[in-house]
Design a protein around this ligand. Structure first.
Ligand SMILES: Cc1ncc(COP(=O)(O)O)c(C=O)c1O
Length: 384
C-alpha cells in the first residue's frame, strides 16, 4: 500500500547547499537598478562595488582596519589567491574535515609543493584545535559544507599567534559571528548564506595579512588574477571596488539586494537567529525519529547552514542507493531539490538551513522526509 503523502508542501523547495535559495523577497524586479551596459570603472559602477564592500563590513561587523576586496572566481578564487600570495613564508599547517578543505590541502601540498603538516578528520568530525600550532600559517574551513560540521568558536586560536589564519568561511559568513581578531584571511562567496549569485569571491584581510603581502614575495609565479601587490605595496584599489578584472554588475546588484534584505531581518544577529531556528527544526525531527541522525555526532560542532543527515535504520540494505532514492522521491514531488549528500561524502541528505530558507518551509519538509523514508523502506522490501 502506498504511504500517504503529507498535505502541505514547502512554499519554496530550494534547499540546495549552493547556490542557495534566494532571499524570500527576491524577484527579478529587485535587479532593475543594475548598472547594466555601463563600465564598472565609471562612477556608477565603482559606487556600487564600493557599496558592496561597505555594506558587507556593516553586516558582518568587520573591523575598520581590515581590508575587504571583491575578487574573481568565487570563494575558490579568493582562497587560492590568498594561498598563492601568502603561503611559503613560514611553516604551514593544513586542517581538513570535508572535501573543500581537502582541496586546499591538495593545493598546498601538490601544487605549491609545501612541506605542510596536514591534519584531517573524518566526515562529521573536526580536528583537535587545541593541538594546532598557530605559530605556523594555518588553513582551515569554518563551516564544512559537505560534512555538516563547524568550528565551535575562535577560542583555540591565540590572539598573539605568529602565523596567519586563512579561513574558508563560505558556509559560515552571515551565519556565524566570526571572531575577526582570530582571522587573518577570511573568504566567502555570494552564492551561499545570502543566496547571491556565484562568480565573485570576497577576500577579507587583517593588518597582519597585509603586512605579509607587503614583505614577502612567493617563490612561484603569480597570474595577474592572483596579484594583490604591485612593487611590494598592496594594490589599494582592489579594496575600494576597483576589481582586478570585469565583474558582473548584475551579480553586484543582486548582492546589494541580498545585503539590504539581510539588514531588513536584523543584520547578522537576525541572520544567525534564522539559521539557528532552521537547524532546530531538523534537530527536533532527528530527536523524534530513530532512523535518522546527524552526521556530526557532537552538537558543539554541528553546522547551522548545511545540515548533513544519515540514515541509521538496520533494514536499509544499500545505504548509498537508499539515500539517493529518498532524495529523488523528494525532488520528484517538488518538495526538496538538491538535498542528496555531496558526491565525496558518506551517503545521506544535506539540507541547507542558512538564513534565506524560511523556517516554515523546513517545518513543511519534515513530514515529507518521513514519508520518503517510509516509502523507500516499503519499496526496498517490494524489490527484495
Ligand atoms: C566550504 C566551501 N569552500 C569552497 C567552496 C567553493 O565555492 P565556490 O564554488 O563559490 O568557489 C564551497 C562551495 O560549496 C564550500 O562550501
Amino acid at each position: 500500500m502506498a504511504t500517504p503523502s503529507p498535505a502541505a508542501r514547502p512554499a519554496n523547495p530550494n534547499f540546495s547547499s549552493g547556490p542557495c535559495a534566494k532571499p524570500p523577497t527576491f524577484t527579478l524586479d529587485s535587479l532593475k537598478d543594475a548598472a547594466l551596459g555601463r563600465s564598472h570603472r565609471a562612477p556608477i559602477g565603482k559606487a556600487k562595488l564600493q557599496a558592496a564592500i561597505d555594506r558587507t563590513r556593516e553586516v558582518l561587523g568587520v573591523p575598520a582596519e581590515y581590508r575587504i576586496g571583491i575578487v574573481p572566481a568565487s570563494d575558490t578564487g579568493a582562497m587560492e589567491m590568498a594561498m598563492w600570495s601568502l603561503l611559503g613564508a613560514r611553516p604551514v599547517e593544513m586542517l581538513a574535515w570535508e572535501s573543500f578543505g581537502a582541496g586546499w590541502v591538495t593545493d598546498a601540498v601538490k601544487q605549491l609543493k609545501l612541506d605542510a603538516v596536514v591534519k584531517t578528520a573524518d566526515y562529521g568530525e573536526i580536528v583537535d584545535l587545541a593541538g594546532v600550532d598557530f605559530d605556523k600559517d594555518v588553513v582551515f574551513t569554518w563551516n564544512g559544507t559537505t560534512s555538516g560540521v563547524r568550528v565551535p568558536s575562535g577560542e583555540a586560536i591565540p590572539a598573539d599567534r605568529q602565523g596567519l589564519t586563512i579561513c574558508d568561511a563560505t558556509s559560515a559568513a552571515f551565519a556565524v559571528d566570526l571572531p575577526w581578531d582570530k582571522l587573518d584571511v577570511t573568504t566567502f562567496s555570494w552564492q551561499k548564506v545570502l543566496g547571491g549569485e556565484a562568480a565573485h569571491g570576497m577576500l577579507i584581510l587583517s593588518p597582519r595579512a597585509v603586512e605579509r603581502l607587503e614583505s614577502y614575495t612567493p617563490a612561484w609565479p603569480l597570474p595577474k588574477i592572483f596579484r594583490l601587490t604591485k612593487g611590494g605595496k598592496l594594490i589599494d584599489g582592489i579594496f575600494r571596488g576597483e576589481t582586478i578584472n570585469t565583474p558582473s554588475m548584475l551579480a553586484v546588484e543582486d548582492y546589494l539586494f541580498a545585503l539590504d534584505w539581510a539588514a531588513s531581518v536584523g543584520g547578522l544577529e537576525g541572520l544567525i537567529a534564522r539559521a539557528d531556528a532552521n537547524t532546530a527544526v531538523i534537530g527536533r525531527f532527528v530527536a523524534e525519529n530513530d532512523w535518522v541522525d546527524f552526521l556530526a555526532a557532537d552538537p558543539a560542532i554541528r553546522s547551522n547552514t548545511s545540515v548533513c543527515l544519515k540514515f541509521t535504520d538496520d533494514r536499509i540494505r544499500d545505504g548509498a542507493a537508499f539515500a539517493k532514492a529518498v532524495a529523488k522521491r523528494l525532488d520528484k514531488e517538488s518538495v526538496a531539490y538538491d538535498i542528496g549528500a555531496y558526491r565525496d561524502a558518506p551517503p545521506g541528505l544535506r539540507i541547507w538551513c542558512g538564513a534565506t530558507v524560511e523556517t516554515s518551509d523546513l517545518e513543511a519538509l519534515m513530514p515529507w522526509l518521513a514519508w520518503a523514508f517510509e516509502a523507500e523502506i516499503a519499496a526496498q522490501s517490494e524489490h527484495a
